[in-house]
Design a protein around this ligand. Structure first.
Ligand code: NAD
Length: 283
């Protein structure tokens, strides 16, 4: 089947669809409609977070779509304000109750916040290990963890994160963090995979898109999946939601792959904050 999304194995034996739908910056009023559209098109993986303020509407769309709960992979993330284990337990319960689900497929620490909570993200991680042990989180992982943060978990925790969700796109290829993941069986999830649209008019991307007869967004998303990363582009435009789904019926050759990887600008290519210093806690 030309449009089948591959399932990838996680280090805990579960699987995750390589392509999903992200709902960051989709207001609660628009979320149910966008997620419903994505599910109709064939997406079976939704990426939300407590801090996005739209978990309830994600749950609503999934309940309304007629698919069994087990057919849709749902990820959410811990609010930065709730890293202390007792707070994390309450926050996780409120995520499940907002989604109206008895379990979640993947739960992540959203940011490491190394300058907060006395730099202690290990206790937070141990709370997530509890959620996995009691079956309410099928898989657990982290987001925005840099190599030293991952090394610290490796030294002090029991469970290796199933994924690390980090900023990755052609202007920030984030090779060092990806390589640590490869070496330690932690899958990389690439957030802002099209750099919120900023890479789409890059002349190299446009040139490759013309050569392969695809759109710039499809070319960039295809580059990610050929590198083995998981992606969940966001859009509220039905045509784009569909376009972003059609990336499994063509391939990029090695030259195209290398040209895209060559666009890396390192740190200056970041569109989001640097996880080493990011310390935002919602009011
Ligand atoms: P993205 O790279 O997916 O870009 C989204 C924007 O690109 C849209 O708002 C739209 O303007 C444009 N766009 C989408 N499809 C297009 C197309 N086919 N043609 C032209 N323009 C198009 O950015 P994102 O939303 O920041 O990232 C995707 C998802 O990653 C989020 O929704 C969220 O789930 C996740 N995320 C996680 C973190 C984290 O800290 N863990 C941070 C940011 C995003």
């Amino acid at each position: 089947m030309a449009h089948t999304v591959p399932d990838i194995s996680l280090n805990d034996g579960n699987t995750i669809p390589q392509l999903g739908f992200g709902v960051y910056q989709i207001g609660p009023k628009d979320t149910a409609e966008a997620v419903s559209r994505a599910l109709e098109i064939g997406y079976r993986h939704i990426d939300t977070a407590e801090m996005y303020g739209n978990e309830a509407e994600v749950g609503e769309a999934i309940r309304a779509c007629g698919l069994d709960r087990g057919e849709v992979f749902v990820t959410s993330k811990l609010n930065n304000g709730f890293h202390r284990p007792e707070d994390a337990r309450k926050a996780f319960e409120s995520t499940l109750s907002a989604l109206k689900m008895d379990h979640i497929d993947l739960f992540l620490i959203h940011w490491p916040l190394p300058t907060r909570y006395d730099g202690d993200f290990v206790s937070t991680w141990k709370a997530l290990e509890e959620f996995q042990r009691d079956g309410r989180a099928r898989s657990i992982g982290v987001s925005n963890f840099q190599v030293p943060h991952l090394e610290r978990l490796a030294a002090e925790a029991d469970v290796v994160p199933a994924v690390n969700q980090i900023e990755v796109h052609p202007y920030l290829t984030n090779e060092q963090v990806r390589a640590y993941g490869d070496a330690h069986n932690i899958l990389t999830e690439a957030w802002s995979p099209i750099a919120q649209g900023k890479v789409l008019d890059d002349p190299t991307i446009v040139d490759i898109a013309e050569q392969v007869g695809r759109t710039p967004a499809q070319v960039v998303l295809r580059w990610h999946v050929q590198r083995g990363d998981i992606v969940f582009p966001k859009s509220t435009t039905p045509k784009r939601i569909e376009e972003n789904f059609r990336i499994f019926d063509f391939t990029l050759d090695d030259t195209a792959m290398e040209r895209i990887s060559g666009l890396d600008k390192g740190e200056t290519g970041r569109t989001g904050p640097n996880p080493d210093v990011f310390d935002y806690i919602p009011a």
